[in-house]
Design a protein around this ligand. Structure first.
Ligand code: OOG
Ligand code: MG
Length: 250
């Protein structure tokens, strides 16, 4: 068993100092996924200690495009706090090497736990929204890390923004288009996310070691690869039927 508090502090200091560190599996040697989730949990505890509140969870590596981009092949989850929620703009220079990706967010209306069906996940929705996630790994060059490294690093979470929450509707088979300054940079069908975006929620509920509380925001995972961010651009995601969400990068 690794010293989860020590690993969590190293990652937290890197986050606060905007500094890259070597992947933990390189500096400390390999560790398994249960240990990685313990490190993630200790890291979140540090954030909660600074007054942050948990507002939801994110699924990662739920699309083939992302798994190939990161050379990792298992869905994982991370925690979202109120501090990570961006407004209409964010500063690229506040991060180290931020990247942006197109997602769909669910908001739940009741507690969920254990093995649930896609229909049960749908019945437990308060709403659905287009979402942009801005990742920023704490690791050098945003690459060459293992699944344990990325889970320990709260799945590269940094910022996210969600559009207007719509009443629950079918999220399968929707066209998603991400533009930077009006130019299409990524597009995909929403089923690129877990085969069906709701299946990300089903998987999250199964992976979580505790019930998913009612009112949680759940990012279903990116539909395409992530795009590096540059200051001065306006990124917009349009999801068929769900509408738009945009973020100005300063
Ligand atoms: C891991 C996080 C992946 C997604 O939507 O697939 C993720 C990473 O790419 O560093 O958030
Ligand atoms: Mg993501």
């Amino acid at each position: 068993m690794v010293d989860a508090d020590l690993f969590a502090r190293e990652l937290d200091e890197a986050l606060l100092d905007r500094r890259e560190i070597a992947p933990l599996t390189k500096s400390h040697g390999p560790f398994d996924l249960p240990d990685a989730y313990r490190v993630q949990e200790r890291g979140i505890a540090l954030r909660l200690g600074r007054g942050e509140k948990i507002v939801g969870y994110k699924m990662g590596l739920t699309s083939a495009a992302k798994r190939i981009q990161m050379s990792l092949d298992l869905p994982i989850y991370g925690v979202l706090t109120d501090e990570m929620r961006a407004g209409t703009a964010l500063k690229a220079a506040d991060g180290v090497h931020p990247k942006i990706e197109p997602e769909i967010a669910f908001v739940t209306s009741r507690d969920l736990s254990g093995r649930i069906s896609r229909a049960q996940a749908y019945e437990a929705l308060q709403g659905v929204a287009p979402a942009l996630e801005v990742l920023d790994s704490r690791f050098v060059g945003f690459k060459y890390f293992s699944l344990s490294d990325v889970v320990a690093d709260n799945c590269s979470s940094w910022r996210f923004v969600i559009g207007a929450v719509q009443p629950p509707c079918e999220t399968s088979g929707l066209a998603m288009r991400m533009r930077a300054d009006g130019r299409t940079v990524q597009e995909a069908d929403s089923n690129a996310i877990s085969g069906h975006p709701l299946d990300s929620l089903v998987q999250l509920v199964q992976l979580l070691p505790h019930p998913l509380p009612a009112g949680s925001i759940v990012l279903a995972g990116a539909a395409t690869v992530a795009e590096p961010l540059r200051a001065g651009i306006q990124v917009e995601l349009e999801v068929e039927r769900l509408g738009n969400v945009s973020l100005r990068i300063e």
